[in-house]
Write a protein that binds this ligand. Structure first.
Ligand code: PLP
Length: 413
């Protein structure tokens, strides 16, 4: 019997239910992944006990010998994996990482140029609901409405008229590659600093399958739990000259104590990410996204930007007479889990969400390939076209379950 069954059977049951839900549904949420169980083991380990403030060798509590080694391991492995001059491994999340970068080199009220939310940007890139917009003066660039791609000329024009102190690249939902070299050139033209938020792309970059922003940026942030397949938390990479400023912006600037269990999970995923098995999952993730985008286009769906270069497929459902939320709900009923998402078409209609976002990280981690992707697209299309048909939906649910049983969640990468 587990300790939890004894202390809190109700909670134990809820966690078992969640494990069953994950086992028996298809996870297409682009911001999630199945981590190896060694990561889960670390996150629930004795490392939870230690309180740390400061950095290895410069702590505010005694007893840090072991955790200093753990944080140093994460630092060394992370720097080497991403070829970065400097790394801070303490941010609790992607948002904390972005906040620390802003506060490390900017003053309250400084101007920042970033991608708008309907174009794919993130809340922490200056959305009205985020504290980032209350502290800094954001201008947002949008996608080209025809191609649904980044309009680099628009970024250049904004940069020259607004004169931002920082330009932010990176997105929550943008399925295409970003030309970091081009944006870094624009940043240099107006003497702006350049931050790329590669929260979604870190695993693909670590596997060296898509271009890395690191050589072109002053700062790069990411989260460890999306394509990166690690535990929770965020990371900041930077040029060496910003190291001290970044460290004090993270602690004590934006955070207090850091979570040692997460630092250790980061050290582990940075080790695994250099290994062939991790790289194969990332390769499959890319192939699977392309296969899904093609299969949807064949069926007449509007895929934003007409394809994908990463793990995401963004579908605009405006012409299908169903909202993003209705699609999300209906697919959840048959065991296909994804999220509604704003699409470029929604830009002029605040509150309207006409799309869904698919990510192929988690299904690829289960070992599924292109054949299964085409099967999933068939299942999704049949579900969306037969929303009121109980019998058809229950047949689809059965098929989803069979697929999940054929590809159980792996305990290691
Ligand atoms: C581009 C981007 N940046 C930052 C974040 C924020 O990460 P967190 O939720 O860990 O704060 C996300 C989360 O999905 C993201 O997509």
């Amino acid at each position: 019997m587990s300790y939890l069954s004894k202390d809190d059977p109700e909670l134990k049951n809820l966690i078992s239910d969640e494990a069953n839900r994950l086992d028996s549904t298809l996870n297409l949420i682009a911001a999630e992944n199945h981590s190896p169980f060694s990561i889960l083991e670390i996150m629930g380990s004795v490392l939870n006990t230690k309180t740390i403030e400061g950095y290895p060798g410069k702590r505010f509590h005694a007893g840090c010998t072991n955790v200093d080694c753990i944080e140093s391991l994460a630092i060394d492995r992370g720097k080497s994996l991403f070829g970065a001059e400097y790394i801070n491994v303490q941010p609790h999340s992607g948002t904390s990482a972005n906040l620390a970068v802003y506060f490390s080199v900017l003053n309250i009220g400084d101007r920042i140029l970033a991608m708008s939310l309907p174009s794919g940007g993130h809340l922490s890139h200056g959305h009205l609901a985020s504290i980032t917009s209350k502290c800094f003066d954001f201008t947002h660039y949008k996608l080209d409405p025809k191609t649904e791609l980044i309009d680099y000329e628009q970024i250049r024009n904004f940069a020259h008229s607004v004169k931002p102190k920082m330009i932010v690249a990176g997105a929550s939902s943008y399925p295409r590659l970003i030309d970091y070299k081009k944006i870094s050139k624009i940043a240099k033209e107006v003497s702006a600093l350049f931050l790329t938020d590669m929260a979604h792309l870190a695993g693909l970059v670590a596997a060296k399958l898509i271009p890395s922003p690191v050589p072109y940026c002053d700062f790069v942030t990411f989260t460890c739990y999306k394509t990166m397949m690690g535990g929770r938390g965020g990371i900041i990479l930077s040029k060496k000259k910003y190291g001290k400023k970044i460290d004090s912006a993270v602690f004590p600037g934006c955070q207090g104590t850091s979570a040692v269990n997460l630092l250790a999970a980061k050290a582990l995923i940075f080790k695994l990410a250099a290994e062939e098995k991790f790289i194969s999952v990332q390769k499959m993730t890319l192939k699977n996204a392309k296969a899904m985008a093609q299969a949807f286009m064949k069926k007449g769906y509007h895929i934003v930007s007409k394809g994908t270069d990463n793990h995401q497929v963004l579908i605009d459902l405006s012409s299908k007479n169903i909202s993003g939320k209705a699609a999300e709900n209906c697919l959840e009923k048959v065991g296909i889990i994804l999220n509604r998402n704003v699409v470029p078409n929604d830009a002029d209609n605040p509150g309207k969400i006409s799309g869904i976002r698919i990510g192929t990280g988690a299904v690829s981690a289960r070992g599924m390939g292109e054949l299964q992707m085409r099967q999933i697209v068939d299942l999704m299309d049949t579900t969306l076209s037969n929303r009121g048909e109980k019998r058809i939906l229950s047949e689809i649910k059965e098929e989803v379950l069979k697929l999940c049983q054929s590809f159980p969640i792996k305990k290691s990468i």
